[in-house]
Write a protein that binds this ligand. Structure first.
Ligand SMILES: Cc1ncc(COP(=O)(O)O)c(C=O)c1O
Length: 453
């Protein structure tokens, strides 16, 4: 009936800004839709190597949890605390103390639990920024930040565009942040915070300690909150690669483990997020947590709005069962790292065979791949071109057309535009799926790129 356009049914300015928010992910998700690949039930469906979901440990998770999941009557009520019961916050604190090597033990009082890390980032944005105040993020970055910072908090992202080498460079990274900060200030934007992803999505790399120290000094200079998104902290597989004789790259160190943090920054500006989706392969549980050991006012502020991210008693039950056996959790983490290393190597060998350039991954579920030589402008024939010849002519539109071709071939890989990269031709491919599935996806990819396998 078209009620949505009735002038007599006005919507808030806030939400009207959302409706006109143009994000490539919406178009992509509408194309991928519900037509998901399944080897038996829907073999012609779209095979998803675009979303960062680790499917490799699911069997193990289900086997471990199923026998423990009997509901009791008390789990049917509201539960004691919208930001997580003491028990679940104790369990999360124990897990963080065992696996993030914090200098001082993290306590349950430092933690708030939410229905997903997405919600935790939304709350961080809401709590640190008034509408119109900026959050700095180095690009390429995880595209979900666009929604998390803007839809409710209305905090614009101050995007700091960087080439991959600069993203990981201790001095260049912070010089670019400084320049972007000064530009934003000159444009009248009051910058309040930074979101920093380590290990990085989409690069799949850990940031060097020197870079993080410089960034902490930068944040301190301008009194900026800094949220460390450490959602891939336990999916680092550099040691496993090293054991196979492959250079291990930069190691991961949680900011919680920095011994002299107070020499670099007022610690009350430093916060961390982690959750169940990535390192524990449990995206569907919708659990993420904020950890803020040095700022009880921040924690209290978060709690004023945490009723809106309250998760069910049933979810809490699953969560407490997951964490009830720390030895099993430790084995799970190790097993996951080993399978990520194997899955990564499988993907990297494929890319090398096809002579497709990529940034070597050391963490996460994905690899950042350069397909620019397959991008061709409209009217040109499909197929690989000479990289030098194509240097001049590759446009975002050509990269878009390549994305469509790949999707038409039945596989979804995430285009660079979603991560705000300005260099056309980058894509993020997830490898954390059963090998048979990945191989179907790669065969379809080769078809779209017009290379014979
Ligand atoms: C860097 C990063 N942060 C946050 C999230 C959101 O995670 P969740 O499923 O807990 O909302 C993702 C998911 O892809 C991510 O990659």
């Amino acid at each position: 009936m078209g009620e949505s356009s009735l002038p007599n049914a006005p919507l808030s300015e806030r939400v009207r800004a959302n409706l006109s928010f143009n994000n490539p992910l919406w178009k992509i998700f509408s194309r991928v839709g519900n037509n998901h690949y399944h080897p038996a039930n829907n073999p012609d469906g779209i095979l998803n190597l675009g979303v960062a979901e680790n499917k490799m440990m699911r069997g193990e998770l289900v086997k471990h949890l199923n026998p423990k999941l009997e509901l009791t009557e008390s789990q049917l009520g509201y539960g004691p605390d919208p930001s997580g019961s003491t028990k679940v916050r104790e369990q999360i604190a124990d897990m963080v103390n065992s696996h993030f090597a914090p200098v001082d033990p993290v306590l349950p009082a430092h933690i708030t639990v939410h229905n997903g890390t997405t919600s935790a980032i939304d709350i961080f944005s809401y709590v640190t920024c008034d509408p119109g105040e900026g959050i700095m993020i180095a690009a390429p970055y995880y595209g979900g930040f666009d929604f998390d910072t803007f839809m409710r908090a209305k905090a614009p992202i101050v995007e700091v565009s960087m080439a991959p080498a600069d993203m990981l460079h201790p001095e260049r990274h912070v010089e670019l942040m400084e320049a972007a900060y000064q530009k934003a200030v000159a444009e009248g934007i009051l910058v309040r915070s930074i979101i920093f992803t380590n290990p990085h999505n989409p690069l799949g790399q850990c940031h060097p300690r020197a870079l993080i120290e410089n960034l902490l000094r930068f944040a301190n200079r301008y009194n900026l909150h800094i949220l460390f998104d450490e959602i891939y902290a336990l999916s680092v597989f550099n040691t496993e690669l090293n054991e196979l004789g492959i250079d291990s790259g930069t190691e991961f160190h949680s900011v919680l483990s920095y011994p002299h943090l107070a020499d670099l920054i007022d610690p009350s500006l430093v916060h961390v997020i982690h959750g169940m989706s990535k390192d524990f392969c449990f995206n569907g549980l919708r659990i993420g947590y904020l950890i803020s050991p040095w700022n009880s006012t921040f924690i209290n502020a978060v709690k004023t709005v945490s009723a809106f991210t309250w998760f069910s008693g049933t979810t809490e039950h699953v969560l407490t069962q997951f964490f009830s056996d720390p030895a099993w959790v430790a084995e799970f983490i190790q097993g996951n790292r080993r399978s990520l290393a194997q899955a990564y190597l499988h993907m990297a060998r494929f890319l090398k065979r096809q002579n497709i350039p990529f940034i070597p991954s050391r963490a996460g579920h994905f690899i950042w791949v350069n397909l620019r030589r397959f991008c061709c402008s409209e009217g040109q024939s499909d197929g690989p071109g000479n990289e030098d010849e194509k240097e001049e002519e590759v446009t975002m539109a050509a990269a878009d057309a390549l994305f469509d071709r790949i999707l038409d071939a039945g596989v979804y890989i995430a285009p660079g535009i979603v991560f705000h990269t300005h260099e056309p031709g980058w894509f993020r491919i997830s490898f954390a799926a059963p090998q048979s599935e990945v191989d179907v996806g790669l065969t379809r990819l080769l078809k779209a790129l017009a290379i014979s396998g």
